[in-house]
Design a protein around this ligand. Structure first.
Ligand code: ATP
Ligand code: MG
Length: 332
């Protein structure tokens, strides 16, 4: 089977629905046809300030949400990044073949460093894409399903793989990003021109998977729209309504025009009420399952440990090959 790699940062107590629609829904469908590796990328999360106890908790919670959303740890390899040491080791090697300017062109770094300011921006945020390249390349990955915000990072991963292969001989498989175009980007409900994110400054426009259903419904009802009053997809002049339509369509599997027809001549209130119901129906069960799993952290930790052992095997093989190729002396 071809390989698949993807991951999410445990950067909040809950995932947000952009993560669900842009990534988890695809992962769930692809895990049957691919030998899939799904990681909770806790090393990446260290690029933001963290309370140690909270980080541990967020890591478990993220893993539980993967499983609750339908990732099967008996079929796919679902593990915690820091459990597999090869990630950090390969990242170091790859950083030595990455250009400073090349890394500086990454828009996620530019966005986040601008938001935090120079003093609060750490070097880890700058080398984030190099660690991500290591994540992907360790598993000889064929495809990387991500939201379109990560496309540039996967492109860099390809460049680094090709560069290494041409300097030292065939070592890495060159991965392809897979981006579901129509749901590639879910926007913040209060600020529908910026991406919904776990680490958004305000969570008023973020729909959390683990939110109480009542809270989610309320957030949908308060979503920013426009004064036109018609439920119509138009990204340019109606970003708020268009975003809600995309969410509605993604969660129901319906086409946008059919939803527009259903709500033709009705106000935004009706439309939002309909969407709130859809959101609650989809996430209610996911939330319950996740909370159930979190009731037994010891069992969850056992599952993660078994999966990390599986990941270790594949990752160590690649890392050993890299060390040999690049000229590190083997320990006798
Ligand atoms: P952070 O703010 O901490 O970066 P995030 O919400 O951007 O959190 P990530 O852990 O960076 O989440 O990304 C996890 C996955 O979710 C990636 O595949 C990413 O492309 C996807 N993703 C994140 N936000 C969205 C979004 N708004 N729409 C669609 N996909 C998204
Ligand atoms: Mg992100």
């Amino acid at each position: 089977k071809p390989r698949l790699y993807s991951g999410m940062q445990p950067s909040a107590d809950s995932l947000q629905i952009g993560n669900y629609i842009g990534a988890l829904m695809q992962w769930r469908g692809l895990q049957n046809t691919y030998d899939a590796f799904f990681s909770v990328v806790d090393l990446h999360a260290l690029t933001q300030p963290n309370d140690p106890a909270e980080l541990r908790e967020k890591t478990r919670r993220t893993a539980a949400q993967y499983i609750a959303a339908g990732i099967e740890p008996s079929r796919s390899t679902l593990y915690v990044q820091s459990h597999v040491r090869a990630h950090a080791e390969l990242a170091w090697i790859l950083s030595t073949i990455t250009g400073f300017g090349e890394a500086g062109r990454m828009t996620q770094f530019k966005d986040k460093s601008q938001r935090y300011g120079t003093d609060a921006t750490n070097v880890g945020l700058f080398t984030y894409p190099v660690l991500m390249a290591a994540d992907i390349l360790l598993y000889q990955t064929d495809i990387v399903p991500v939201g379109d915000d990560q496309k540039q990072h996967v492109e860099l991963t390809r460049t680094l793989a090709e560069r290494f292969n041409s300097r030292y001989g065939e070592t890495f498989r060159v991965p392809m990003p897979v981006i579901q175009q129509d749901t590639a980007r879910i926007y913040d409900l209060q600020n529908p021109t910026s991406k919904m994110s776990k680490s958004a400054e305000s969570d008023a426009g973020v729909l959390w998977l683990l939110d109480d259903p009542k809270v989610s419904a309320k957030k949908v009802m308060r979503a920013v729209t426009d004064s036109e009053g018609s439920v119509r997809y138009d990204r340019e002049s109606k970003p708020g309504v268009s975003n809600l339509l995309v969410i509605y369509a993604a969660l129901t599997g319906r086409q946008i025009p059919s939803i527009e027809d259903e709500y033709a001549g009705r106000g935004y209130g009706d439309f939002k009420k309909g969407l709130a119901e859809v959101v609650v129906a989809e996430f209610g069960p996911v939330r319950e399952r996740a909370l159930e799993l979190l009731d037994d952290p010891a069992e969850l930790d056992r599952v993660l440990a078994a999966n990390a052992a599986r990941a270790d095997e594949v990752a160590d093989r690649t890392l050993g090959d890299v060390y040999d190729k690049i000229g590190l002396l083997r320990r006798a």
